[in-house]
Design a protein around this ligand. Structure first.
Ligand code: NCD
Length: 310
């Protein structure tokens, strides 16, 4: 199906073929994202960024993507500087944004907020992270990173490490990995395993999923080690966070037994889960991963808003 004019709320909204179309378009976008070639399919279009939760990479790479495509942005980077401070609802704020733009990118602390925005807006809505829910565009750039490094998305063994309960990036990524037939290995503190809904969904898909307690063993057999931050802001109780903070740390010793082609990924920000010494290792893929956010978001925006659609 064409992506033109469509919302992207959950990665489950996309078929395998649609994901592949975004990824192949993203590959072609790389020189445009780097600024060595110029293209303006979004000329005269405006994309609204509604970021009601902190963001560095997601917002800036979306803005960079819009600008590289010749479009313009209007941005809420801090909800406390808007009329929401005066009590305006998300519903009304989204109604305004849809009148001022051709598409809305939204990040919000509440799960389900992007779905609500899509119901209110008559313009396409892209979910840039809704609470502990979904983060579909992160998944697209995660897949682009894996495909670039490994040359394929199938037959891979991918370790998902960290906060699997509140980490929205893994909720989206696990679905996509299952769609491409990867073997998924889960490692987390016992209290931070995958939410039941996600685990059951993977089960229904017939995904190959296993839980592992031994980090060293998992790393030895992995093609991808996807590290996540413990999502401190989602804990109701700070004492609960303290119990699991610093549960794991990837350093060169942990990676010593890894396959030469293992890549270490992280959606970032990192807060101690990956030692800075790993940055210089050939396994480190997280900065490339962050850069690929630009061509991937360019691809998605041009397919959603561009003249011919896709
Ligand atoms: C992630 C997020 O916001 O969910 N960051 C990102 O978008 N690159 C991961 C995180 O905050 O830990």
């Amino acid at each position: 199906m064409s992506l033109h004019g469509r919302d992207l709320i959950s990665i489950r909204d996309l078929s395998r073929e649609e994901i592949e179309r975004v990824l192949s378009t993203a590959k072609k976008m790389i020189p445009y994202a780097e600024g060595t070639k110029v293209t303006h399919p979004l000329e005269d279009q405006i994309v609204a960024m509604g970021f009601f939760e902190p963001s560095t990479r997601t917002r800036l790479s979306f803005e960079s993507a819009v600008l590289r495509l010749g479009g313009g942005c209007i941005t809420i980077a801090d909800a406390s500087a808007t009329s929401m401070r005066k009590g305006e609802t998300l519903h009304d704020t989204i109604r305004m944004l849809s009148g001022y733009s051709d598409a809305i990118v939204i990040r919000h602390p509440n799960e389900g907020a992007a779905r609500l925005a899509a119901q209110v807006s008559d313009k396409p809505v892209i979910n840039a992270g809704d609470g502990a829910g979904q983060h579909p565009t992160q998944t697209l750039l995660d897949l682009a990173t894996i495909a670039e490094a490994q040359g394929t998305l199938s037959g891979l063994r991918v370790v998902l490490l960290g906060d699997l309960k509140y980490g929205r990036t893994v909720h989206s990524l696990a679905h996509a990995l299952a769609l491409f037939g990867a073997e998924i290995v889960l490692i987390s503190p016992p209290t931070l395993g995958l939410p039941e809904e996600v685990a059951e969904h993977l089960d229904r898909m017939g995904a190959r999923v296993q839980t592992e307690a031994q980090l060293h063993r998992a790393v030895r057999e992995a093609d991808v080690l996807y590290v996540t931050r413990i999502q401190r802001e989602r804990f109701g109780d700070e004492a609960e966070y303290d119990k699991v903070a610093g549960s794991y740390r990837i350093d060169n010793t942990v990676l010593a037994g890894a396959k030469p082609r293992l890549i270490v990924m992280h959606p970032l920000p990192r807060t101690g889960e990956i030692a800075p010494e790993v940055d210089a290792s050939p396994h480190a893929a997280y900065f490339r991963q962050a850069f690929l956010g630009v061509p991937v978001r360019m691809a998605l925006l041009s397919l959603t808003l561009g003249p011919k659609g896709g």
